[in-house]
Ligand binder design. Structure first.
Ligand SMILES: [Ca+2]
Length: 242
């Protein structure tokens, strides 16, 4: 009887401790603990398809008509005494890196620059844009309204804001190949594109801790290139600009 009561008491104590250990204390949680960042973020070697770049807005002028094809000039046989114009490429050379700066802007910029999201400035529409498989924004007004939604501690909205800004940065500035941080502690640094994919999964089905970790890492990313100059004037006139 006495042993039985003691067992019940001990069991209750363990259950109590177990409950306390499994509860998630968001206030004291450090989302960047254990996350390793690249000392200097660097782009991975360029993929066969080059990253997107800012392009000029489409011209309204009709395309110039091409002149009729002319016959190619007769080629002369190569002079065996001519020196070769270019040496053959050295196979031991390292592959080229993507020649784009790590350029980013924070969610505050994107909230206030709907004209850049629309492509009116910068020449590249960043819409539609999705968060996970569940949320899609088709207009910059929807994006702005979402950025203006106070998170109030909701990890999904905290992540959603950072993920949205990071997706705009990746698409507008072509930084998807940058190696940035190891968020799963497997020793391999994830690229920006990989972090965005992980963010999408966490947005849909991640627990609070996972969402806060990815939100904090993407926050770091969105600030990492905030000092780089933009290749265009981001002023949006009197409408949502600054
Ligand atoms: Ca990793």
């Amino acid at each position: 009887m006495r042993n039985s009561s003691f067992t019940v008491a001990v069991t209750s104590l363990f259950l109590l401790l177990g409950c306390e250990q499994s509860s998630f204390d968001q206030a004291s949680f450090d989302p960047l603990r254990g996350v390793k960042f690249a000392v200097v973020a660097t782009p991975e070697p360029c993929l066969p398809t080059s990253p997107p770049t800012i392009v000029a807005p489409p011209s309204t002028e009709p395309p110039p008509t091409e002149p009729p094809p002319t016959e190619p000039p007769p080629t002369e046989p190569p002079d065996p005494t001519d020196p070769p114009t270019e040496p053959p490429p050295d196979p031991t050379d390292p592959p080229d890196e993507c020649d784009v700066p790590l350029l980013t802007r924070t969610q505050g910029f994107w909230k206030n620059h709907t004209c850049v999201i629309d492509g009116v400035v910068g020449g590249l529409s960043l819409l539609p844009v999705s968060l996970g498989a569940t949320v899609t924004f088709d207009s910059s007004a929807e994006v702005q309204a979402y950025f203006q939604t106070p998170p109030k501690g909701d990890p999904q909205i905290i992540l959603g804001h950072q993920l949205l800004a990071a997706k705009f940065n990746a698409k507008a500035f072509g930084i998807g190949n940058y190696v940035f941080a190891d968020v799963d502690a497997d020793g391999d640094l994830e690229t920006v594109d990989e972090l965005l994919a992980l963010g999408d999964v966490a947005f849909d089905e991640g627990d609070d801790e996972r969402r806060l970790v990815l939100g904090a890492v993407l926050d770091e990313l969105n600030n990492a290139g905030d000092g780089e100059s933009l290749p265009f004037n981001p002023a949006c006139g009197g409408k949502g600009g600054k």
